[in-house]
Design a protein around this ligand. Structure first.
Ligand code: FAD
Length: 322
């Protein structure tokens, strides 16, 4: 079978990201319908373990290695991957819609002069063509797109497509030495804010809004998040007020999240907030206004004062865990 499908894998500090494994899994599924193989490509200085890709059926991995690339570099990654795609003749490229993929996919599309669908939430196949669905107008509408260029790039929203364990295959890694690359700039260090769990990657998120009244009340959100092993999220209102850092903002101008469980506490459910979290698997809304729009998309709704329900919920979860 020909290798027409390529999945671009993100690694950070040598560890392959879960969102990329999910993109690889989806690429594998779609490629099977076309009777093509999928190859994975990783750029970087070092990768600890490629076998995680074998768990989603990826047998061939190309590792483009440059010891200077221990952090992501837009220009270097774009150059190396453009050359690689052109040399090998891939036609379908999959990349996760993480911050990495959001930056890289449009650059590759420009350099390869090809079509791109950002933030796909579904891919189907009709008459040998991929139909990609993506939300537009802050999720009010879903648009279906068909790419007609020879090379096509699909940027996939994380945590939407899911993964099912398949029989593990052995991964064969081909290394390409890219040490002669002339880097015009180098990312020296990427610092994670506070070392906390990133909302874009978390399985459970507890988000707070203006209903919390003050920055100090977020300790109630943090306590519940700590019990659940969850990340803390926030609405834009509280980020604008300076109560929480922008990295925690969920929504149209923040991060798009799709955890298994999303708590929206004291958040009204404005369309711009919903745009960033509506694809969460289960949504629990806590709001003292029974008519708050957030209840329209919630799977479970609690009409209550956050200041009473949060400590009670945290204590109950602690008890269950014991
Ligand atoms: P509010 O709308 O003020 O809601 C507070 C809620 O708390 C209310 O429903 C109230 O009933 C409830 N409440 C009050 N007291 C309690 C209590 N004691 N217990 C329980 N509940 C209580 N917003 C985002 O979140 N993310 C974005 O990315 C984003 N991008 C935007 C982009 C643009 C271009 C624009 C115009 C707006 C954007 N917004 C975004 C802002 C958005 O429109 C809303 O203003 C914002 O989401 C409101 O935040 P909130 O729900 O925390 O506050």
């Amino acid at each position: 079978m020909e290798n027409k499908f390529l999945v671009v894998i993100e690694q950070r500090n040598g560890v392959i990201k879960k969102s990329s494994i999910e993109a690889a899994y989806k690429a594998k599924q779609v490629s099977a319908s076309f009777n093509y193989n999928v190859e994975a490509v990783v750029v970087g200085a070092n990768v600890d373990d490629f076998s995680v890709l074998g768990k989603v059926g990826i047998e061939n991995v190309t590792f483009i290695k440059n010891t200077e690339l221990d952090n992501y570099s837009s220009s270097a990654y774009t150059k190396l991957l453009t050359e690689y795609v052109n040399t090998k003749g891939f036609e379908y490229i999959f990349i996760s819609n993480s911050s990495f993929g959001k930056d890289l996919a449009p650059r590759l599309s420009a350099k390869l002069n090809c079509g791109l669908v950002m933030d796909c939430i579904s891919l189907s196949i009709e008459s040998d063509t991929i139909i990609a669905t993506r939300p537009i107008f802050a999720g009010k509408l879903l648009m279906q797109q068909k790419l007609t260029s020879k090379i096509k790039i699909y940027n996939l929203r994380p945590n939407v497509f899911g993964m099912v364990e398949c029989p593990e295959v052995a991964v064969s890694v081909t290394a390409i030495d890219a040490s002669d690359l002339n880097l015009s700039s180098k990312t020296v260090e990427v610092k994670k804010a506070g070392g906390k769990l990133d909302v874009a990657e978390a399985d459970i998120i507890v988000s707070g809004g203006r209903g919390l009244k003050a920055a100090e009340s977020f300790n109630l959100i943090e306590n519940l998040a700590a019990e659940l092993g969850a990340a803390v999220g926030a609405s834009r209102a509280v980020v604008d007020a300076g109560w929480r850092p922008h990295g925690e903002q969920v929504g149209q101008t923040g991060k798009t999240v799709s955890p298994n469980l999303y708590f929206a506490v004291g958040i009204s459910g404005a369309i711009q907030h919903i745009a960033g979290m509506r694809s969460s698997k289960y949504i629990v809304a806590i709001n003292k206004d029974k008519d708050a729009p957030i209840f329209q998309i919630a799977d479970y709704g609690i009409v209550a004062d956050a200041f009473e329900i949060l400590p009670a919920l945290t204590a109950e979860i602690k008890k269950i865990k014991q």
